[in-house]
Design a protein around this ligand. Structure first.
Ligand SMILES: *Cc1c(COP(=O)(O)O)cnc(C)c1O
Length: 354
């Protein structure tokens, strides 16, 4: 693939305070762009980050035919820059595209775009441990048409953002509340796709959770409001009596890459692991009996996010005294160790941009 390159006249890098990076507020100098027209992806280019022109009649603005991804690049101690599991993210990207009737992008094109863009902005990859370059590929339907149908044209972009910790709590436990009123995704719906509609549906419930003093919603299944699904930006794991449990992927849950990494590592460590339906009642019961040891969420942004408290209807449970548990800590250290090149990449997860 031929990528045109139009560099910025002057880098914004000197104006960025790398000591106080939040999440997703600052964007690197360049972005990648290409268009789908006449049945093919074309005009691949890396240009200065900035506004894009689009018509107000672009169909994505009206009907949400959009897919995105969230990937990270890390700087190792030796100064090299590597992307974590781009093949898995690409696989999921195309899976989401199929669900949204968006043309797929082949792995070669996807990876080349990622690597070239990150390589051009490699000075934007933070140097502090715990910090990284968040990569946001996304594709949207661009036909100028406000009837409902599958678009014939699309735009694919990648923007990148140097980030610190995702949660303001840092690596401290978050609190979750179930919703008896709202659902995130229904069977046959969009739950398995990384698409904005799922987030749009979650905003009001999340806002109400925050007003009640919780960090996020712990989603239950749409049919019975009984089985635990995920947290909306994270998948969820429970450590019960030495076993690791996580909800099985039934089409309503996003198949997290961090979830997959945790499963691979846990199996490698010989920790008994069960992917199956888990009811909220089972977890409350385990807590009452004292066998619920740890709960943590997994996601690219936060990696591992310990859960200290869960509320369901009238009942609240505190997990591990509201403290980060040893398994969450060990998994966090293992995954970030691999990402920052401090531990052997024994699963071949990291791809260098150089
Ligand atoms: C992205 C996402 C996750 C986490 O997936 P990772 O690949 O681990 O980042 C979990 N749930 C939802 C709804 C998501 O969009």
């Amino acid at each position: 693939m031929e990528i045109q390159y139009l560099p910025v006249a002057a880098s914004r890098l000197p104006s960025i305070d790398f000591q106080h990076l939040g999440f997703g507020e600052v964007f690197s100098d360049h972005m990648f762009l290409m268009e789908f027209e006449g049945g093919a992806w074309k005009s691949a280019r890396i240009v200065p980050f900035g506004p894009i022109e689009m018509l107000p009649s672009a169909c994505c603005l009206h009907y949400g035919q959009i897919v995105f991804e969230g990937i990270k690049a890390f700087r190792t101690a030796s100064g090299s820059v590597q992307i974590f599991r781009p093949d898995k993210y690409h696989e999921r990207f195309n899976r989401s595209c199929r669900r949204l009737c968006i043309p797929e992008i082949d792995f070669d094109t996807f990876l080349t775009a990622l690597r070239e863009l990150v390589a051009k902005d490699r000075d934007w990859v933070p140097r502090q441990k715990g910090y990284s370059l968040y990569i946001r590929p996304f594709v949207f339907a661009s036909d100028s048409y406000i009837g409902v149908r599958v678009s014939k044209t699309y735009r694919f972009l990648i923007i990148t953002s140097p980030v610190g910790a995702y949660y303001k709590e840092g690596f401290n436990p978050v609190s979750l509340i179930t919703s008896t009123e709202y659902i995130r995704a229904a069977p046959g719906g969009l739950g398995m796709a990384k698409t904005p509609a799922n987030y749009a549906a979650s905003l009001l419930p999340a806002q109400e959770a925050i007003q009640k003093g919780f960090s996020q919603i712990l989603w239950l299944d749409a049919t019975e409001r009984r089985y635990i699904e995920e947290v909306g930006t994270m998948n969820i794991f429970f450590c019960v009596a030495g076993r690791l449990l996580t909800p099985s992927l039934e089409g309503t849950i996003l198949a997290g890459i961090t979830r997959d990494s945790v499963i691979r590592i846990a199996k490698d460590w010989g920790i008994p692991l069960e992917e199956r339906k888990i009811s909220i009642e089972e977890i409350l019961e385990a807590s009452r009996k004292g066998s619920l040891q740890e709960v943590f969420g997994t996601g690219t942004a936060a990696v591992i996010s310990p859960v200290g408290l869960i509320r369901h209807r009238e009942e609240s449970i505190t997990i591990n005294g509201g403290q980060t548990g040893p398994l969450a800590k060990k998994l966090y250290e293992e995954i970030t160790g691999i990402q920052y090149g401090e531990k052997p990449d024994r699963f071949h997860w990291c791809v260098s941009v150089d």
